[in-house]
Ligand binder design. Structure first.
Ligand code: NDP
Ligand code: MG
Length: 379
């Protein structure tokens, strides 16, 4: 039995991870679950999956659910609670499915404790990629990508030599406003932005897809996961989301990973790697798909992508500030406080005022994250 803990069990990736676990009850058991504030769903998950340890985002919420938990289940709260789920207990693999850089300390704690990581929480790699990857290397811990593009690249690189890579290409669906002009973006609503054409995901990443910030975060994530310079990471618009990403090798061969969009496939692969197990995902028929289309990425139309890559190349705390500013701007947009196009402007303004530090330690990262959030809240 493989023991799994999930940070963010009540979210889109968290619930789909539990779907995968439920499909293989003889292979997986749940050790710990950490949620934010959706206690009703967490309690349902506790009844069904019988974890030994759970955590919620505040002490108050913990007190609310204490009497509803089966006896023997350990209860934690706050960021320390998330660290307890990540590093305490007996999990073999921790799936980091929490949203945002709030997952950084618990991800580091899980690695420190020698747990393998099923990594969905890309913001941790964007905010502090050097700390996460250095620690994973030192501890001999595998960072197994859950993000569909990175899982695709990871699969394409199976058995290949790194020196043979010419470049990798991350595909992008284009998000909810793929065919809008910049002018049309001025009047879009939150409801419009939350309507993603191909994927059903959490609210924040759906907005990130519409601004193309998500692809920017993914380029930075790929830089850290695969140890490639930014010059070797490309982005291509592919509206159908069938080719999840691909690698071109120096002999000009291209290896791609394809499938219908279904996050349970990359989630399961992160849990079963290096094996492949059966999945109920709908099989892809290329005959049915008939044609796949592609478009060159337009960096003027999606300036946040360009900005993210520039931050990646600048390194240090630049990506930390980028991520924190985006998290706040997206939260403000979702609360209807600012128009959609303000998200990019806020990120840009925060970066203009940011003085990047090279090789930041954890405290510097957290201070930068805090300062960028404060500024982004005021702008
Ligand atoms: P959701 O918003 O659906 O879920 C986020 C989870 O994090 C929820 O369980 C939420 O708890 C929990 N959470 C949020 N804030 C806190 C906090 N302060 N403390 C503790 N827990 C918290 O997000 P997604 O599942 O969509 O995304 C999760 C991560 O996976 C993100 O980094 C995203 O970029 C990445 N990802 C997601 C994909 C997808 O298809 N959804 C695809 C690829 C990557 P609660 O709801 O109980 O408040
Ligand atoms: Mg992705």
């Amino acid at each position: 039995m493989k023991k799994i803990s999930i940070l963010g069990s009540t979210g889109s990736i968290g619930t789909q991870t539990l779907d995968v676990i439920a499909m293989h009850p003889d292979a997986f058991e749940v050790d710990g679950l950490s949620a934010g504030s959706n206690t009703a769903l967490l309690l349902e998950q506790v009844r069904r999956f019988k974890p030994r340890r759970v955590s919620v985002s505040t002490k108050e919420l913990a007190e609310e659910i204490r009497s509803s938990l089966p006896s023997g289940v350990e209860l934690f709260s706050g960021n320390e609670g998330m660290v307890e789920i990540a590093a305490g207990g007996e999990a073999d693999t921790v799936v980091t499915a929490v949203m945002g850089s709030v997952g950084l300390r618990s991800t580091l704690a899980a690695i420190e404790a020698g747990r393998h990581i099923g990594l969905a929480n890309k913001e941790t790699l964007v905010t502090a990629g050097h700390l996460v990857t250095e620690l994973a290397e030192r501890k001999g811990v595998q960072l197994l990508p859950v993000d569909s593009e990175h899982s695709a690249i990871f699969q394409c690189l199976n058995g290949e030599n790194r020196e043979d890579i010419a470049c990798i290409t991350l595909t992008a669906s284009g998000g909810s406003f793929r065919d809008y002009t910049r002018d049309q973006l001025k009047h879009v609503t939150v409801a419009d932005a939350l309507r993603h054409p191909n994927w059903s995901m959490g609210a924040k990443i759906t907005i990130d897809s519409a601004t193309m910030v998500n692809k920017g975060l993914e380029v930075i994530e790929a830089h850290w996961l695969f140890g490639l310079p930014y010059e070797q990471i490309q982005v291509l618009l592919h509206p159908e989301s069938i080719i999840h990403s691909y690698v071109e090798f120096r002999d000009s061969s291209i290896i791609a990973q394809l499938g219908n969009p279904d996050m349970r496939v990359p989630i399961q692969y992160a849990l079963t790697y290096p094996d492949r197990w059966a999945s109920p995902a709908k099989r892809l028929s290329l005959a049915e798909a008939q044609r796949l289309t592609f478009r060159e990425m337009d960096y003027e139309r999606f300036p946040a992508l360009k900005l993210a890559i520039e931050c990646g190349k600048a390194g240090g705390t630049a990506t930390t500030a980028f991520n924190a500013a985006n998290e706040i701007a997206v939260a403000r947009f979702l609360r209807d406080e600012i128009p959609f196009v303000r998200i990019e402007e806020i990120i840009e303004k925060v970066l203009q005022q940011h003085e990047p530090a090279a090789h930041p330690n954890l405290e510097q990262i957290e201070e930068c994250d805090r300062a960028a959030r404060e500024l982004a809240s005021k702008l």
